[in-house]
Design a protein. Structure first.
Length: 368
């Protein structure tokens, strides 16, 4: 699910065997930078994409101040006589209720557009069962910092944060962010500073927007993915500058109703029951392609994290491209066995050895 950043760190780890230095605490200090909205970076001219710009939701204090200002500047309102209210007949009330019922039914069961893949219709029936088991776990201001090791040497760090709610595509959305950077003693060989952001509907926990910015000594990459659930379509824009050569990609394609992006899946897993022996699967959308993530809760491990021994649920996961026997890779995750299901550790196989991520700092968030 976070295989691309891990592969970068693997490269850094490989060259690190020639170094006698080690990562320092300063490597964990992530500079808070305001990211430019990629909807504006790609200069999307179609007006229907404006709705995917991130809009901050005013706090209670801000909303109160704005209301007071409006009250001060608002012109006096003349009283208008109310029209006499007439009682609705039983038939009229019944019709109104029927319309409301119809609206609810339509919104919960999306109408499929023409030429929509039959395979995705089957996915909707199959994977709805996984969503029926899901319960949202959202902790505002929660922060995880992982040390990422290759060949036993800390090659970089990943910081994962739960930001405040925002508005995207006309919906209230959860905002999740991951920042990745290489250890300082690698910078003379390869510098890496990447940012992932995922915006998930607070109502359905379905992805609305995914962005990736990579700022590295070898390349600069901007990756934008938007998900329109009314049209059941995803839009993908990609731009890479490497050795002075710019590569661009653009894609529009259909998507199934139930899915996660490659980052939000980490949070989605937390909301599943996760009992030993449980097996789950669901689609992952990455750059217009659909992968199926299959996972099994293997056992309860007692592992040492942040100098404490804790019980953790070991989850074995693998991804497959539908229709062929193409396998992306195996990843093991360890989530805390308690109610919060915190991510504690991960391990991913690579061509030579494996990459390990271990939680070294944690900031508790608030339950909204």
């Amino acid at each position: 699910m976070i295989s691309n950043p891990i592969k970068k760190v693997a490269y850094l780890g490989l060259v690190s065997v020639l170094c006698w230095s080690c990562a320092t605490k300063d490597d964990r200090l992530f500079e808070e930078k305001k990211q430019e909205d990629l909807v504006e970076v790609f200069k999307l001219e179609e007006t229907n994409f404006d709705k995917f710009k991130v809009v901050e939701i005013p706090t209670q204090e801000t909303a109160t101040k704005e209301a007071e200002v409006k009250k001060e500047v608002a012109p006096p309102v003349e009283k208008i006589a109310k029209a006499p209210q007439t009682k609705k007949t039983k038939n009229e009330v019944a019709k109104t209720q029927e319309v409301k019922k119809e609206v609810v039914t339509t919104s919960s069961h999306p109408k499929y557009p023409k030429e929509y893949p039959e395979e995705f219709k089957k996915y909707d029936k199959k994977y709805k069962k996984t969503w029926d088991l899901f319960k949202t776990k959202f902790f505002k201001d929660e922060e995880f910092t992982f040390a990422v090791k290759y060949l036993g040497i800390t090659a970089g760090h990943i910081k994962i944060e739960t930001k405040g709610k925002v508005q995207v595509a006309g919906e209230e959305a959860y905002h999740f962010k991951a920042s990745m950077k290489s250890a300082k003693f690698y910078e003379y060989i390869y510098s890496l500073e990447d940012t992932l952001e995922s915006y998930i509907s607070a109502d359905t926990f379905l992805p609305l927007k995914y962005t990736l910015t990579q700022r590295e000594s070898g390349q600069n990459v901007d990756d934008l993915q938007l998900f329109d659930h009314e049209k059941l379509e995803t839009y993908f824009w990609y731009k890479r500058l490497k050795k002075g050569v710019e590569t661009k990609k653009e894609l529009k394609t259909f998507i199934p109703h139930y899915f996660q992006d490659s980052f939000s899946a980490l949070y989605f897993v937390r909301g599943l029951p996760l009992k030993v022996g449980d097996k789950y699967s669901f689609p992952i959308i990455t750059r217009g392609k659909v992968w199926i993530l299959s996972m099994e809760v293997d056992k309860v491990d007692n592992i040492k994290v942040m100098d404490k021994w804790v019980d953790a649920l070991k989850i074995k996961a693998e991804t497959h491209f539908p229709g062929v026997l193409k396998k992306s890779g195996d990843i093991n995750f360890w989530y805390s066995a308690g109610d919060t299901k915190r991510l504690l550790k991960f391990e991913a196989k690579v061509k030579i050895g494996s990459i390990e991520g271990e939680l070294i700092e944690y900031k508790e968030g608030s339950n909204e």
